[in-house]
Design a binder for this molecule. Sequence first.
Ligand SMILES: NC(=O)c1ccc[n+]([C@@H]2O[C@H](COP(=O)([O-])OP(=O)(O)OC[C@H]3O[C@@H](n4cnc5c(N)ncnc54)[C@H](O)[C@@H]3O)[C@@H](O)[C@H]2O)c1
Length: 302
Amino acid sequence: MGNFLAGKVVAVTGAGRGIGRAVALACAAEGAKVVVNDYGVSIEGGEPTSEVALGVVKEIEAAGGTAVAVADDISTMAGGQRVVDEALARYGRIDGVVCVAGILRERMLFNMSEEEWDPVVATHLKGTFTVFRAASAVMRKQGSGTLIGFTSGNHQGSVSQANYSAAKGGIISLVRSAALGLHKYGVTANAVAPVARTRMSANVPMELKEIGDPEDVAALVVYLLSDRAHAERITGQVYTIAGPKIAVWSQPRELRAAYGEAPWTPERIADFLPGTVGVDPMPMLSRLEEMARAAEGARPNG
Ligand SMILES: NC(=O)c1ccc[n+]([C@@H]2O[C@H](COP(=O)([O-])OP(=O)(O)OC[C@H]3O[C@@H](n4cnc5c(N)ncnc54)[C@H](O)[C@@H]3O)[C@@H](O)[C@H]2O)c1
């Protein structure tokens, strides 16, 4: 056992499987008391069971650590509050929350139903809000704490997961808002965009060239929760970890600006925009086009 998080209390959502489980185990191994939240659902979000969260608590206890299970649904305000209340009731404080819970309902945008959109956005985006909301109220008073959201490289856009991509983009803006709003209270907020072998990544339609294990992601999260990361004043950041690679994503900013003469008309913009501000090509679109060309070339009569 290490002591990177000695004396801290950390709550992890989606901690029953995959990356969340690895985060919960690593936090406990580094000395934190852990609230293990998991609703115990299928990839699509159905068939909840409390066994999944309990199983990880047993694993932590067997390894000599301290943990408690909360099997609630964090896409509800009551569920998010329960996660934080359990930390306070059992351990008297909350130093970090890590929002890992997620589901997938894949469909092309033009076929996507409300039942495919709402639960995905509710689990990822609202499920990060409910826990951040409850935890930040306590951390503000404590004058310390760390909020960690889980996003994805897919926040850049996705062919067949507009619901997931939109939620993951929202999480980045939520994290940056939390970083700004809680800065003066000594609370940091960061996001992780992982690539790791789990049941969820096994479902990704395209080949993932760079991929690692949930334990690599857990090591990054432990660092972000630690006093070492606070000392470096790390906040408002998005990190990818994929096997041996760690990357930081850029902050959104205006790429290029040009000044014409107002008042604008559509025609004057049509004459002005293409040769001045132009476009910022989408890397994901270039990849799609490459893949389409490769598929075309691979056809027998291509
Ligand atoms: N695995 C990857 O490569 C990858 C890539 C990009 C992003 N992510 C993100 O990382 C996170 C973890 O993914 P994973 O691959 O470990 O998935 P996973 O399916 O293995 O685990 C997700 C866990 O979340 C739980 N969960 C779902 N809805 C919940 C709810 N409403 N309340 C509480 N718990 C709930 C599930 O029961 C499950 O145990 C997700 O947010 C995912 O979007 C993963």
